[in-house]
Design a protein around this ligand. Structure first.
Ligand code: NAP
Length: 323
C-alpha cells in the first residue's frame, strides 16, 4: 500500500515524525527556511499538519482532491477554512486542553511583567547597564494582589487563569456568552457583562477564539470604558484587539499599558508604532511554548492526523466526517 502524502509546516520532534513514517511520506519544512506558501504544497496531499497558523483557504483546499485530514498543532483553528473542510468531508483536528495551564502561566507572566516593569528593569540593568547606584524611586509598578481581574472568554484557558488569579487574592470577573454558575460557585468568581467588566477591572485578559464576532471585540469604545490605570493582556488572537485604537489608548493615557502575546499581523511589522511604546510588552506568540506542552501538542496532532488519514474517529476533533 502506498504511503499517505503529508506536509508538516514547521518542525515537530523527530521521534514523532518517526512514528508517522510507517504510514506517511513526510515533507516537513525547516525553521531556517522561509516557509513556501501552503498553496504550492497542498495539491498532492492526503494530510496537512499546520503548526504556524498558516492560512488554509477554501481555494487551497479545492486544489487538493485527495486531502482527507487537516491537523492543527494548537487549539485555535481560525486560520483553517472550517466550512470548506466540512463541505469536502475533510477531518479537522486540534489540541484542546493540553495547553491551557501553560497558556494561563504565560498570561500571568505577561500580567506580572507589565504590572511590575520586569522588562524595563532588565533593560535598565543588563542592556543599558545603568544600575550604578540604588535608587528607590525608579520603576515603580502597580499592585497585582487584591486588585480586580476581568477575564474575557472564559473557557479552558480562562478557567486556568482564574485559578491562578485567586492565588493572588484577586477579585475575578468573567465574561462569556453562556454563563457558568457552576464555576461561579466553585471558584467564587463573578459573571459580568463586557461593559461592566471593562469598567471595573484593573487587569483585563483576553481568551476568546477569533471569529467574526470577536474580531475587534476590543476597539475604541471598549478601551474608553477601561480605567486609566488598567493593563490589557491579549493572549487570544491579534485581531481581537483593534491595534490602531490600542495605540491611541496607550498614547493618550486612556489605559496604562498592554501586554500582547499575539498581534495583527504575525509577526507584527517591525516598523509598527506599537513597538516604540514603553508601556507595551510584546511576545512572539509564546502562550503554549514550553518543551513539555509543545511536545504533547505535536503528539496529539499526530494522533489526529493518523486517525483522519485512516478514516477513523479523531481523538481531538473539530470536524469528524461520517466516513
Ligand atoms: P475555549 O475553551 O473554547 O474557550 C473560549 C471561550 O470563549 C468559551 O468559553 C466561549 O464561551 C468564549 N467565547 C466565544 N466567543 C465569545 C464571544 N463572542 N464573546 C465572549 N466570549 C466568547 O478555548 P480555549 O482553549 O480556552 O482557547 C481560547 C483561545 O485562546 C483559542 O481559540 C486560541 O485562539 C487562543 N490561544 C492562544 C494561545 C497563545 O499561544 N497565545 C494558546 C492557546 C490558545 P461562550 O461560547 O459561552 O461564549
Amino acid at each position: 500500500m502506498s504511503k499517505f502524502k503529508v506536509f508538516i509546516t514547521r518542525p515537530i520532534p523527530q521521534e514523532i515524525v518517526a512514528q508517522m513514517e510507517a504510514e506517511c511520506e513526510i515533507d516537513m519544512w525547516h525553521t531556517s527556511a522561509i516557509l513556501p506558501p501552503i498553496a504550492e504544497k497542498i495539491a498532492p496531499l492526503d494530510g496537512l499538519m499546520t503548526y504556524g497558523h498558516e492560512p488554509v483557504s477554501a481555494e487551497m483546499i479545492a486544489t487538493a482532491p485527495n486531502l482527507k485530514a487537516v491537523s492543527v498543532v494548537g487549539v485555535g483553528y481560525d486560520h483553517v477554512d472550517e466550512d470548506a473542510c466540512r463541505e469536502r468531508g475533510i477531518a479537522l483536528g486540534h489540541t484542546p486542553g493540553v495547553l491551557s495551564d501553560t497558556t494561563a502561566d504565560m498570561t500571568m507572566a505577561l500580567l506580572l511583567s507589565a504590572a511590575r516593569n520586569i522588562v524595563s528593569a532588565h533593560q535598565h540593568v543588563q542592556v543599558a547597564r545603568e544600575w550604578t547606584y540604588y535608587d528607590p524611586n525608579i520603576l515603580w509598578g502597580t499592585d497585582v494582589h487584591h486588585t480586580t481581574l476581568g477575564i474575557v472568554g472564559m473557557g479552558r484557558i480562562g478557567y486556568a487563569v482564574a485559578r491562578r488569579a485567586l492565588g493572588f487574592d484577586m477579585r475575578v470577573l468573567y465574561h462569556k456568552r453562556n454563563r457558568r454558575h457552576d464555576w461561579e460557585e466553585e471558584l467564587g468568581i463573578e459573571y459580568a457583562e463586557l461593559e461592566y467588566l471593562l469598567q471595573a477591572s484593573d487587569f483585563v485578559t483576553l481568551h476568546v477564539p477569533l471569529s467574526e464576532e470577536t474580531t475587534h471585540l476590543i476597539g475604541e469604545a471598549e478601551l474608553a470604558l477601561m480605567k486609566p490605570t488598567a493593563i490589557l493582556v491579549n493572549i487570544a488572537r491579534g485581531p481581537v484587539v483593534d491595534h490602531g485604537a490600542l495605540y491611541e489608548a496607550l498614547t493618550s493615557g486612556q489605559i496604562a499599558g498592554a501586554a500582547l502575546d499575539v498581534t495583527e499581523p504575525e509577526p507584527i511589522n517591525t516598523t509598527h508604532p506599537l513597538l516604540g511604546l514603553e508601556n507595551v510588552l510584546i511576545a512572539p506568540h509564546l502562550g503554549s511554548a514550553t518543551v513539555q506542552t509543545r511536545t504533547k501538542m505535536a503528539t496529539m496532532a499526530m494522533e489526529n492526523l493518523l486517525a483522519g488519514l485512516r478514516g477513523e474517529q479523531l481523538p481531538y476533533a473539530v470536524l469528524q466526517p461520517a466516513w
